[in-house]
Design a protein around this ligand. Structure first.
Ligand SMILES: C[S@@+](CC[C@H](N)C(=O)[O-])C[C@H]1O[C@@H](n2cnc3c(N)ncnc32)[C@H](O)[C@@H]1O
Length: 252
């Protein structure tokens, strides 16, 4: 196995035992409506910038074909399905794909879900109107290769919406100073986690025809008390300057 392959196997094992949000939810509820509803409420309480993005994407491509890369348990995927889009989603981990399949069944939504690798997508070229990937591609060894794979499966004129961690952010500085990993814990850190300056992130999209990049989201749930005492307007305003999420929109 090559170095990159063994690193990817470690990434898969990490996310298989640490499904995103598992550390914030009641594990005894896993797979129930209570569990998925709690996951959804928590996610959009903090990720206030996402619902407007889902509205915009669904309005731009009514009933369009969307692929989510790195869907985890499907919080965002189901938002697109509820807005009438035809969704497919992949994740490296079987645990995530089991949870998203169960979720869609529970809520009566349709979708195509597969265990697959962002760096080698199991779809023909020119298949999707939209590819969405949030907080995933900085965890894969070949980030540039995955962004090219996304371009391959997008139809000409289709759009990629991708979030990568912003190196020039308050959150990155805090994690650097404290030595706490972005994902996982000091004892069990995520084996691959990168962050990018806006200029270097932009270079990944050199083969796309048009790329727009913005910054959002000052910091996450881990900031507990600060999240509650800083006024929302200040939180959002600072997020636009030194936020953790590089929000990239790139047209094929
Ligand atoms: C931080 S979680 C984000 C999940 C989801 N997008 C969200 O925002 O809740 C990262 C996810 O990326 C997946 N992942 C990492 N590398 C991947 C790869 N090469 N291909 C597919 N999925 C990958 C992991 O399995 C994990 O579910």
């Amino acid at each position: 196995m090559s170095g990159a392959e063994s690193q990817k196997a470690e990434v898969r094992e990490f996310w298989n035992r640490n499904v995103n949000q598992f550390n914030q939810l009641r594990r005894e509820d896993v797979g129930s409506r209570e569990f998925y509803d709690a996951a959804e409420a928590l996610r959009y309480q903090y990720h206030y910038h996402l619902q407007p993005l889902f509205d915009k994407i669904a309005a731009s491509y009514p009933e369009g074909k969307l692929l989510e890369v790195g869907c985890s348990m499907g919080n965002d995927t189901i938002q697109f399905a509820r807005r009438g889009m035809k969704v497919s989603a992949i994740d490296l981990t079987p645990a995530a794909i089991d949870l998203i399949r169960l979720r869609f069944k529970l809520y009566g939504e349709q979708g195509d879900f597969r265990v697959a690798d962002a760096e080698n997508l199991p779809f023909d070229r020119d298949t999707f109107d939209v590819v969405y990937s949030f907080g995933v591609l900085h965890h894969t060894p070949d980030t540039a290769g995955a962004i090219e794979e996304i371009r391959r499966v997008l139809r000409p004129g289709g759009t990629a919406h991708i979030m990568l961690y912003n190196k020039r952010s308050l959150n990155c500085l805090a994690h650097k100073l404290t030595g706490i990993p972005f994902d996982g814990s000091r004892k069990d850190p995520c084996p691959v986690e990168k962050s990018y300056l806006p200029s270097s992130a932009r270079r990944f999209f050199a083969n796309y025809t048009d790329t727009r990049l913005s910054v959002d989201y000052l910091y996450g749930t881990g900031w507990g008390l600060l999240n509650r005492i800083i006024p929302t307007a200040l939180h959002r305003g600072l997020g636009k300057v030194i936020g953790w999420h590089l929000m990239i929109e790139a047209v094929k």
